[in-house]
Write a protein that binds this ligand. Structure first.
Ligand code: ADP
Ligand code: ZN
Ligand code: ZN
Length: 742
């Protein structure tokens, strides 16, 4: 047996894998992640490395392969743990070990960071002049030069002073000893949190919050490590609960990771954590440079950080004694990676916690079906917060049937009820949020008389209306002039539904000329601070109405908002994947949750063409349990996750006939290896978007009660694909429990 070993865990060198042989006394002891000592280089210098895999045959001349010398006794090095986690990710989500390692291991800064040093005069001008006379008198020229220079300018750069005045560092240190000057060193690794005065105040926890914290604390002290799901209505004070739980583990010397969707990682949130844990909190976000990220990892390794807050990738923070992983808004789709390896942060967190003896706390007002299902099966522990923290009541929700509006001759985007309620709020000086549910849709053009939708001739996706009367494909860039008549029925209502935030802004400004309007979407938040700027302007009540996409519904607290309007609730209902009802319920509940967080009670209007759908009905009465029951029945009937496991196999190629043949062969292969019949195979079929950039796509779905059989099938399929030259021109990817089926 041979072991593949990486010596240097820096990113650029990760693909340099060396093969070593395993001496008999080490057989059976080594595993992926084990830290070992090997002879390295020409001098056979004893060097540390990590095992990333095993193979049975030698990659080159067997006699030249050196043996592993020994393994590091009981190494609990964090690198060792992370390498093992990478192996688990590769096994469960596909891709290569190197891809997994690159995901899991921190990027190291290439250049070494030098400390920035400055020299500061400690004497007053008068004292300095006296001292200068003494130096000149004693003919101490170098000292005199430095002092004269500092009298001129009392604070100077260390390097500059040594060069410009041609003095050695011993002169400066001697002066430091005499208390003439002081040499300041700035931290090498700076905390990216800039404004650190937390505005956080201690709140008196309510009964529900205390109970949740107590369950966790009691378990923890008894040595129980498990996964908890906090199902807490919007505004129930989950963050306060997380912070107490984190405090519990930090107090006994352990560390915690807090995952937050990037979009909700606001200044507001960070400040609350900062207020409680001070400088021992750090953050990761996409705005940090690679160097800044690597600085944070160094701080972590030096033991300067107890709590790391960040999006998905913060899960791999190299804490050596991890006690807790919190995942806020656990239902969010951004927790699933869109790049290979397509890991899910929730599942991966549970795995990391298990391996390192930590607990996991998930939190959401609208838990994923997956997490709630696992509470029902007893795998996770459910903690509930049924009331808003400060005793505010949940908002009143009205459903506006847009088909009725059309019948009454109202062709506007706004229903009569919503328009009247906006007028009312403007009169009262209260704030309004208008939320456009367009996830996955970009202002498609349809005929309101017959339902025809204009699609791209190359991509089979709908074209989007742009300003200046053009229609554009967002996949391939194809453009054409906007149609004026429906090609199917000749109706002139072809521009139909104007779903863009921009058009809504125009309409709102025209309808309510007295209102101050802000818009938040991809266009207005492109600049670095655009996002924060708009939100803080709205929070400071510089505007009456905020219009936006799902961006505006995440984790912000606007006490002045008493009305939320949801325009076109159905848009997310018509994407053809099995999670569309769940997605719709979540978006509607989260959007409604923005209303009435202050003293005044909130109201919500949901506009829809399908008012009878259970995802809309249950969201309107904020009945998660009721929604869950209906939805889990459907999943179970259809054999969808979380009841069964699902793997999507994507095949892409530019020769349509060949692609179909390849997909057919692959399906036959699965049927052959599936003798027990445990796996259900669906397809191959064209996915919803069947062609992108003239590349055809086919998809095969495999369903099974246990994920193990699916992983085995994937391994066998990978071998089959590699051996068969027929698959050379076809790209094949696996996606486990895909969250995005388009
Ligand atoms: P969630 O994340 O559950 O939606 P948050 O944690 O953001 O809720 O809390 C909502 C608001 O309630 C925040 O402004 C928070 O400071 C406040 N809050 C939390 N707990 C309490 C409490 N026990 N008493 C009063 N206010 C509280
Ligand atoms: Zn038509
Ligand atoms: Zn296209």
């Amino acid at each position: 047996m041979y072991a593949d070993i990486i010596i240097d865990i820096t990113h650029e060198k990760l693909d340099k894998v060396f093969q070593y042989s395993i001496p008999s006394e080490l057989e059976g002891i080594l595993e992926v992640g084990t830290e070992v000592i090997v002879p390295f280089g020409r001098g056979n210098k004893e060097t540390g490395g990590y095992i990333i895999g095993f193979s049975e045959k030698a990659d080159y001349d067997e006699t030249k392969i050196k043996p592993i010398l020994r393994c590091v006794e009981k190494s609990r090095a964090i690198e060792s743990q992370l390498v093992a986690l990478a192996a688990w990710i590769k096994e469960n989500y596909g891709g290569t070990m190197i891809q997994s390692l690159k995901t899991v291991l921190p990027i190291k800064r290439k250049e070494t960071v030098r400390k920035k040093r400055t020299v500061r005069l400690l004497l007053s001008e008068e004292e300095g002049k006296c001292k200068l006379d003494v130096y000149l008198h004693k003919n101490q020229k170098a000292r005199a030069r430095v002092l004269a220079g500092l009298l001129d300018q009392p604070r100077q750069d260390y390097d500059l002073i040594t060069k410009k005045l041609n003095v050695t560092s011993s002169v400066l240190h001697a002066l430091e000893e005499q208390k003439v000057l002081v040499i300041d060193e700035e931290d090498k690794f700076r905390n990216p949190v800039k404004y650190r005065q937390g505005r956080w105040q201690n709140v008196a926890l309510n009964e529900e919050q205390r109970k949740a914290i107590e369950v966790f604390g009691t378990d923890y002290d008894r040595g129980v490590r498990t996964t908890y799901l906090i199902h807490g209505v919007t505004g129930s004070g989950k963050t306060e609960v997380y912070m107490e739980m984190i405090d519990h583990v930090v107090k006994i010397g352990k560390q915690a990771i807090v995952l937050i969707p990037e979009i909700a990682l606001t200044y507001q949130t960070v400040l609350r954590f900062y207020g409680k844990f001070g400088d021992r909190v750090s953050i990761l976000n996409s705005r940090l440079s690679a160097g800044e990220r690597s600085d944070q990892m160094e701080r972590v390794k030096m033991g300067e950080v107890d709590v790391m807050i960040g999006p998905r990738s913060a899960l791999f923070t190299p804490f050596s004694d991890l006690g807790l992983i919190v995942i806020d808004e656990e239902h969010e789709r951004t927790y699933k990676s869109e790049q290979i390896p397509r890991y899910h942060a929730r599942e991966t967190a549970v795995q990391r916690a298990k391996a390192e003896g930590a607990s996991v706390v998930l939190g959401s007002a609208t838990p994923s079906l997956e997490a709630y299902y696992r509470c029902k099966t007893g795998e996770f522990t459910l903690l509930e917060l049924k009331n808003r923290a400060a005793g505010q009541s949940l908002p009143e929700v009205y459903i506006a049937d847009m088909r009725e509006e059309l019948k009454h001759g109202n062709r506007s985007i706004l229903s009569d009820r919503l328009r009247e309620m906006i007028e009312d709020r403007l009169r009262k000086g209260q704030q309004v949020m208008l939320f456009l549910n367009r996830r996955g849709y970009a202002g498609f053009i349809s005929c309101r008389s017959c339902g025809y939708v204009v699609k791209c001739p190359h991509c089979d996706v709908s074209l989007s209306a742009h300003k200046g009367g053009r229609m554009v494909c967002h996949y391939c860039g194809y453009e054409e002039q906007a149609l004026t008549l429906c090609p199917e029925c000749g109706s002139e209502y072809i521009s139909g539904f104007k779903a863009g935030t921009q058009q809504i802004e125009e309409l709102v400004k025209k309808t309510f000329p007295q209102a101050r309007v802000l818009r938040m979407d991809m266009d207005t938040t492109r600049s670095k601070e655009g996002h924060e700027k708009i939100l803080s302007a709205f929070a400071d009540e510089e505007a009456d109405i905020l219009i936006g996409t799902q961006m505006i519904v995440k984790g912000h607290d606007f006490p002045g908002v008493t009305l939320v309007g949801v325009l076109a609730a159905d848009l997310s209902l018509y994407s053809n994947d099995y999670q569309s009802a769940e997605r719709t319920f979540q978006l509607l509940s989260q959007a409604s949750g923005r209303a009435g967080r202050g003293r005044e009670k909130g109201e919500v209007v949901i506009q829809t063409y399908s008012p009878e759908h259970y995802s809309i009905q249950k969201a309107a009465v904020q009945d998660y349990e009721g929604f869950y029951e209906e939805e889990i029945d459907y999943r179970s009937l259809m054999g969808y996750p979380p009841v069964q496991q699902l793997t999507a196999v994507w095949l892409t190629g530019n020769d349509e006939a060949h692609l179909h043949k390849a997909a057919g062969y692959l399906k036959e292969f699965v049927k052959r290896i599936n003798r027990s019949g445990r796996i259900t195979v669906i397809g191959p079929t064209a996915p919803y978007v069947s062609k992108v950039n003239d590349q055809y796509r086919q998809i095969i779905y495999m369903k099974c009660e246990n994920s193990k059989s699916l992983i085995e099938a994937k391994d066998l399929m990978e071998q089959y694909i590699e051996m068969n030259t027929g698959f050379n021109s076809v790209r094949i990817q696996f996606d486990f429990n895909p969250v995005n089926m388009m």
